[in-house]
Design a protein around this ligand. Structure first.
Ligand SMILES: CC(=O)[C@@H](O)[C@H](O)COP(=O)(O)O
Ligand SMILES: NCC(=O)COP(=O)(O)O
Length: 246
């Protein structure tokens, strides 16, 4: 089975937050994504709420419950007490723990599992006790997988930023892909499921899926939102021209 697609709504939220207006609506764009066949929605609420606001979560929860009960809700973030309380209230299907500093512009590395296992293990236990699947953001490093498994997590999410970053250098991208593939091989052998995300786009997904055929889920925001703008621009301009009277 191909990887499930979870649409990350952070970029939509960032655009919405430029104005004190309700558009673009994070919930409605989530509805369009799920209506088009996406398997789930991802949000990454950060402590300063510069993208997703905490108040978006009940609306997204209701969207899934009322209109798309089969869809997967994935919440990503650093496990502060506030984040854990938010997650427990929102009851997503999956929580992806990410080692982000609040000042970070975007996620740019996975956990150091050997060093951070003692911190992660009780958090994973708490979330799993609440019935949530737990995934841990991971660099392309097969040596970290054993310690990731020992935390009790269900999956890792491969950080694909370096792979996506080499979009114009196919040799470097191929090397990154092999590192991701070896990490996925180690995860599979350890009994962990494998997700992937960050800077994935239409052009780099097929090779990733070929190298990791059992990839469970990809979460995609930035590149997917960029394409939505590009492929939606012409129709939108036609609508505005019509509204102008042309
Ligand atoms: C963990 C991860 O790679 C994504 O959640 C990424 O951080 C997207 O978040 P932003 O869109 O807020 O950068
Ligand atoms: N977990 C990765 C994610 O949700 C989206 O990352 P990006 O596509 O916005 O880089």
């Amino acid at each position: 089975m191909p990887a499930k697609l979870s649409v990350n709504l952070n970029a939509i939220a960032m655009l919405r937050n430029r104005r004190d207006l309700p558009w673009p609506s994070v919930t409605h764009l989530g509805r369009i994504a799920l209506g088009a066949g996406a398997h789930g929605l991802t949000v990454h609420p950060r402590p300063d709420q510069r993208h997703i606001r905490f108040s978006d979560l009940p609306d997204l929860r209701a969207l899934i419950d009322d209109e798309f009960p089969q869809a997967e809700f994935n919440i990503e973030g650093y496990p502060t007490d506030d984040f854990l309380a938010l997650v427990e209230k929102s009851q997503p299907n999956q929580v992806t723990l990410v080692p982000d500093d609040p000042a970070q512009a975007t996620s740019d590395h996975g956990w150091d599992f050997a060093k951070q296992a003692a911190f992660l293990s009780p958090v994973v236990k708490r979330l799993k006790k609440n019935g949530l699947r737990v995934s841990l953001f991971a660099d392309a490093d097969p040596d970290g997988v054993g310690a990731a498994r020992d935390t009790g997590a269900d999956r890792i999410e491969l950080y694909t930023g370096p792979y996506g970053g080499f979009h114009s250098d196919s040799e470097k991208a191929a090397k990154e892909l092999e590192k991701l593939g070896k990490t996925a091989d180690a995860a599979r052998a350890a009994g962990l499921g494998v997700n992937a995300g960050h800077d994935l786009v239409v052009a780099n997904l097929p090779a990733l899926s070929r190298r990791i055929p059992d990839l469970a889920e990809v979460s995609i925001g930035h590149g997917l939102t960029a394409d939505a703008l590009e492929y939606g621009m012409a129709e939108t301009v036609r609508r505005f021209l019509h509204a102008c009277g042309w």
